[in-house]
Design a protein around this ligand. Structure first.
Ligand code: HEC
Ligand code: HEC
Length: 273
């Protein structure tokens, strides 16, 4: 079976979708109002991305202060201006990820419910407004190319595709598509896309839930799922999602529409340091 056919497999079986809206309603965090994207600003987010620590005085200086601590590190050094990340270094792709998910992740790193030695000090150095702004920035990035997918054993891909589509009823695991959308394109605002994310990164996250290192999704759905999957399952579904590519931006992504105004040219890393 070719990789191109696999998403079709995933689409054929839509079992459990009726339960989806209920689950979606449950798993949002309590203070939905706090996610009002109107309070985020892509241009201020760009300043966070390039590590512009010196904040010039201006009408919105209050929003930007305190100035970003040098501890924050400039996001672009690892995630790129376009959010492409780095497959080899396991820096995840942030391009066009949902605003709410990015913002939640930064808060989870800062509070420690999501443990990571690299991202914890970086997130702690950001104030709430900076987290919002930088999340809006990466959510507004729509284009970053994908590195070529690694060659993967077709049987592993097939195993991964089956898990994605229907899960594993015997072990009480539902299909990933119920929440992450057909072909892993994500279901904003809560459910991040998985398609095209780097395989080793995905695998590490699933293992982090399995071992209890990563918490923070309101109802613990991912922990529940990861603990019921074998290491082979986790490997296969990670390889599968890394191999497929989102086809379209889903209509639900309308939360991003306000942010898609053309941005000024991106400074090259050399010009901003
Ligand atoms: C030194 C490299 C480095 C820098 C600088 C960096 N990151 Fe990260 N980032 C990482 C790594 C590594 C991970 C994966 C951590 C994990 O396994 O949870 C990550 C994960 C993330 C995630 C979670 C993505 C997901 O799909 O769940 C977000 C959001 C994020 N970073 C945002 C930022 C922002 C915003 C900045 C700048 C303020 C930044 N990062 C700076 C290395 C970096
Ligand atoms: C009931 C809904 C639900 C189902 C089903 C589900 N997920 Fe998730 N998933 C979530 C939520 C919610 C998050 C965001 C968690 C957070 O905010 O920390 C998430 C996040 C993830 C992430 C983290 C992405 C990143 O960028 O770090 C991975 C990987 C993931 N899921 C894989 C899977 C796989 C593989 C399956 C199927 C075996 C699956 N999920 C099924 C709800 C679900």
């Amino acid at each position: 079976m070719s990789v191109q056919n696999l998403p079709t497999v995933a689409l054929v079986v839509m079992a459990g979708v009726s339960a989806l809206s209920e689950l979606k309603a449950q798993s949002g965090r309590a203070e939905e109002a706090a996610y009002d994207i109107g309070r985020a600003d892509v241009e201020r987010g760009r300043a966070v991305v390039v590590g512009a620590y010196a904040v010039p005085p201006g009408p919105d200086a209050g929003l930007r202060s305190p100035a970003i601590s040098p501890q924050a590190g400039a996001c672009f050094q690892c995630h790129g201006m376009d959010g492409k990340g780095d497959k080899a270094a396991m820096f995840p792709r942030l391009t066009d990820q949902t605003y709410k998910y990015l913002y939640d992740s930064l808060r989870d790193y800062a509070s420690g419910v999501r443990q990571n030695a690299v991202m914890a000090p970086i997130a702690k150095a950001l104030n709430d407004q900076q987290m919002r702004d930088v999340s809006a920035y990466y959510a507004a990035q729509k284009a970053a190319d994908y590195p070529p997918a690694d060659p993967v054993d077709p049987q592993i891909l097939q195993h991964g595709a089956a898990l994605a589509a229907v899960g594993n009823a015997t072990r009480g695991v539902q299909g990933c598509i119920n929440c992450h959308g057909p072909d892993g394109v994500g279901l904003p605002p809560t459910y991040p896309y998985l398609a095209g994310q780097y395989a080793r990164y995905l695998e590490t996250q699933m293992q982090a839930w399995k071992s209890g290192q990563r918490k923070g999704d309101g109802f613990g759905v991912m922990e529940h799922i990861a603990k019921r999957l074998t290491d082979d399952d986790i490997h296969a579904v990670s390889q599968y999602y890394a191999a497929i590519r989102p086809r379209v931006v889903t209509p639900e992504k309308s939360e991003h529409q306000a942010l898609t105004a053309p941005l000024p040219p991106t400074p090259s890393p050399n010009s901003v340091r």
